[in-house]
Design a protein around this ligand. Structure first.
Ligand SMILES: *Cc1c(COP(=O)(O)O)cnc(C)c1O
Length: 508
């Protein structure tokens, strides 16, 4: 009776129809002559293309566009959109990335015609409203960070790191100091050492102590006259606030270096403390994390940076300035490192951040962080009975649990748990980051989730750890692909549908 077990259930059938419709490239649906629009007969004299365009400007063949009907296009993209997990459909506890709910109000405001129909080449006096918005956002970020000079230009957090390190480089070049090294803790995000290298520095790793903080002895032994910048994430990627941060910044400043704060974890400290007050000279914000901008398939994000007064002179051009009445873009800044992104940055994301900050106000932003920390601690208190949380009995906005014991006992890995959570209707937490905790799951609930959701997540995690290892190694069962070879999937994406879910394990 094999056919019977192979018979799809109604739900599977529905899902696999959707998969087939959505994952067939639009080009495969193409049939010559199919149209989504019909144009009326031409009512002006027809002219030869040769008379209008020189031969070299004319294509020899028509463009290879799919010929499809309007319903085919609409179904294709609508079905495609249902294959993904998103914050609008599922709980998404991705540590470090802050996948909080994206309020629809921000989308509505960012979509108003006065904003979407602007063009960056318009004369300055016709975009005063946008410039005012950007100017005010600069002021808000300066206030939140405690660092007065702001550039909205960088296109992502990592780009902000690179830009700020270029600013630091310009500062040291001008003061005639040869500083070649950037220090990063071993728990830092991979973008930190990568940005250091891209900005022309040598990156040197600092060990973490047993308790997950910066190992002060290691820092002292590596801190010398060649160190330009110490990059710190605080709260760090273990979700704990490094209380040594003032001592660290004193040490680094004494030896002539600068402190860079990776602001990806600002969601924990909005309105509670300010990087500029605990010693940072430079930092970036991730508006797509902290200020609820959508992450949208890897982009676009933004990575505005804030720096201290002295470093302000080196920020990219243009910056937005105001005399209180009129707003203008200032390009004439002789010590600037130049432009790092076309026009003024990813304005769409910045508009959403502006709406979010204004909607909450100073007290509201503080409550955002307080609730993010409260939610994380509630979930921590439930998860620690299922999986050990090695660093700290309390956390900030996220925490890192480990499946090490489980792996020793039954062979079940952090990857297995993450994959199985998808079957239970939860996006997987971040796994295997930070690198300092083996078999780790980094969990960030954010302030936008209810107690019921957090309880359901803890319950699912508990049930999964009771499931047999053989089953868990084979999961997920409910998704279009089960376990792709992740490197090949990223490098050589195969975009065609080749069978219902799970039939081909090598699918990617
Ligand atoms: C997300 C993140 C970054 C990089 O930010 P992007 O906007 O993704 O470029 C850097 N550091 C940490 C800790 C992060 O979580």
């Amino acid at each position: 009776m094999r056919w019977q077990t192979a018979l799809p259930t109604r739900n599977n059938l529905r899902q696999s129809m959707r998969n087939r419709l959505a994952t067939q490239p639009l080009f495969d649906l193409s049939k010559p002559g199919r149209r989504g629009t019909r144009l009326p007969k031409c009512d002006v004299p027809v002219q030869d293309l040769e008379q209008l365009l020189p031969a070299w400007a004319q294509a020899t063949e028509p463009p290879g566009l799919p010929e499809v009907t309007e319903p085919e296009v609409v179904r294709h993209f609508t079905n495609l959109s249902t294959l993904n997990m998103s914050v609008d459909t599922h709980f998404y506890p991705l540590g470090s990335c802050t996948m909080k709910y994206n309020p629809k109000r921000n989308e509505r405001l960012a979509g108003t015609p006065g904003i979407v129909n602007l063009h960056p080449y318009q004369p300055e006096d016709t975009i005063q409203g946008m410039l005012q918005l950007l100017y005010e956002l600069q002021e808000m970020l300066a206030e939140i960070s405690g660092l007065p000079a702001v550039s909205l230009q960088p296109a992502a957090g990592a780009h902000g790191e690179l830009t700020a390190l270029m600013v630091a480089g310009a500062h040291f070049r001008e003061s005639g100091e040869l500083r070649t090294k950037v220090l990063t803790p071993d728990s830092s995000h991979g973008t930190n050492p990568a940005s250091a290298r891209m900005a022309g520095f040598e990156s040197v790793m600092i060990k973490s102590s047993e308790s997950g903080f910066v190992d002060m002895d290691d820092l002292r032994s590596k801190l010398d006259e060649q160190v330009a910048v110490f990059m710190i994430t605080n709260p760090n990627t273990l979700g704990i606030f490094d209380h040594q941060v003032s001592e660290i910044s004193d040490l680094v400043h004494k030896s002539g270096g600068l402190i860079y704060l990776d602001g990806a974890n600002m969601n924990a400290i909005l309105g509670v403390t300010r990087p500029g007050d605990f010693g940072a000279d430079m930092m970036h914000f991730n508006p797509h994390k902290t200020f609820s901008g959508p992450h949208g398939g890897g982009g676009p994000g933004a990575g505005p940076i804030c720096v201290n007064e002295a470093l302000g002179a080196y920020l990219p051009v243009p910056v937005v300035a105001s005399d209180g009445e009129h707003y203008r873009l200032v390009y004439d800044r002789p010590r600037s490192i130049g432009q790092v992104r076309s026009f003024f940055g990813n304005v769409g994301v910045l508009v959403r951040a502006y709406c979010y900050i204004l909607s909450h106000g100073p007290d509201g932003l503080r409550r955002v962080s307080e609730n993010a920390v409260l939610n994380a601690n509630y979930l921590l208190s439930r998860v620690r009975h299922i999986l050990p949380v090695p660093h700290g009995s309390r956390c900030m906005h996220e925490f890192v649990a480990t499946a090490s014991d489980l792996k020793k006992k039954s062979g079940v890995t952090a990857m297995d748990l993450g994959k199985r959570l998808l079957d239970y209707g939860f996006h997987a937490p971040t796994v295997y980051f930070p690198l300092t905790v083996p078999e780790c799951l980094m969990i960030e609930p954010t302030e936008t989730e209810s107690k019921e959701t957090l309880d359901a997540f803890a319950e699912a995690l508990f049930r999964i750890t009771e499931e047999p290892a053989e089953l868990l190694h084979e999961t997920p069962h409910s998704t279009y692909t089960s376990r792709p070879d992740e490197v090949t999937a990223a490098r050589k994406p195969q975009l065609k549908w080749s069978g219902p879910s799970g039939t081909d394990k090598k699918d990617h």
